[in-house]
Design a protein around this ligand. Structure first.
Ligand code: ZN
Length: 317
């Protein structure tokens, strides 16, 4: 399997009104990619500028950041031609790698805008190199700029950042270092621009100490919380029935938490995030994670504070 390290640059309207009215918020104007083989050796590269068809002026901030003028794009090919060539270039057996979690969504949005055949009918498994960098070298939760990672890893800075070809080049360099770190490539991600269409397509991915579940769409939160797989508290490691220490509760209506105890694997924290789909429906991302007593106590405290708050409000009225 090859690795396609992809980076995109896009343009947008300067003013909020045009931005919100436009069917396409981010118009891709540059594609940069590096192809690595299964040994992480570079075997090819792809780079193309794209002639815009939605926005005919360069957003001021974007223009200053990436140093591309509209005049440079005038004689380029349009998105459909460039994207079709790019996808042919990718081949058949590959996995995408991007810095952060937005490029694959924007690529698919642009493809849909031009009614191109979709990249996938389901969520796309890929590597978020920004996330992998933090897992390998820093705190798991941090999100660093590409330049930070390049400097952190003493990678030689040969070209300026913020152009698609340059950023793909640097991301590939970071990816190689990340891939050499033990076990890090187990932590793949899913792009959820396309959601599971039915129960059978739902994602249940088990990692070393946590699991991720991505649901199909529901009409609303209530429907989601009525689904037995969404609220299931079975142990993600052994499938055993757990004891509910803290049943699902929510402090803001968007995130739900629970704590369960598996006889073999101890305390497990459950977190449900309600997410809005592109169709204005709801889908669920649930994570289950083995945790220590400190985390359990934090959740119990959060739940108790919520109860106190409710009690106080009742007394005041
Ligand atoms: Zn278990």
């Amino acid at each position: 399997m090859n690795y396609i390290i992809l980076d995109l640059e896009w343009n947008q309207a300067d003013d909020l009104k045009t931005k919100l009215e436009s069917e396409l918020m981010f118009e891709i104007i540059e594609v940069g990619a590096i192809k690595l083989n299964s040994e992480y050796m570079q075997i090819d590269s792809f780079h193309e500028l794209i002639k815009p068809q939605v926005f005919n002026r360069m957003n001021q901030v974007t223009g200053e950041l990436i140093h591309i003028s509209m005049r440079e794009l005038e004689n380029c090919r349009n998105f459909c031609e460039a994207a079709s060539d790019f996808l042919r270039w990718c081949g058949d057996d590959y996995i995408f790698c991007t810095w952060g979690n937005v490029d694959l969504t924007e690529l698919q949005k642009n493809m849909d805008f031009y009614h191109m055949p979709g990249l996938s009918k389901k969520p796309i498994k890929y590597y978020d190199v920004q996330k992998l960098f933090s897992i390998a070298f820093e705190d798991k939760k941090k999100r660093r700029a590409l330049q930070f990672a390049v400097e952190f890893l003493n990678i030689k800075e040969e070209v300026a950042f913020h152009r698609a070809d340059a950023d793909a080049f640097y991301t590939a360099k970071v990816f190689k270092k990340v891939a050499a770190a033990d076990g890090v490539l187990k932590n793949y991600s899913f792009d959820t621009y396309r959601l599971p269409k039915n129960k059978a397509e739902e994602i249940n991915a088990v990692f070393e100490d946590y699991a991720k579940y991505i649901s199909r769409e529901f009409i609303n939160k209530l429907a989601a919380m009525n689904d037995k797989d969404v609220v299931s508290t079975k142990c993600f490691l052994c499938g055993a029935k757990t004891r509910k220490k803290v049943p699902w509760f929510s402090n803001n209506g968007r995130n739900y938490y629970s704590v369960m105890v598996c006889p073999r694997h101890g305390n497990i924290k459950g977190k449900i995030r309600m997410k809005k789909s592109v169709n204005d429906k709801i889908y669920v991302v649930k994570t289950m994670k083995q945790v220590n007593m400190d985390t359990v106590n934090d959740i119990i405290m959060k739940r108790n504070q919520l109860r106190e708050g409710r009690r106080e409000r009742r007394h005041r009225t």
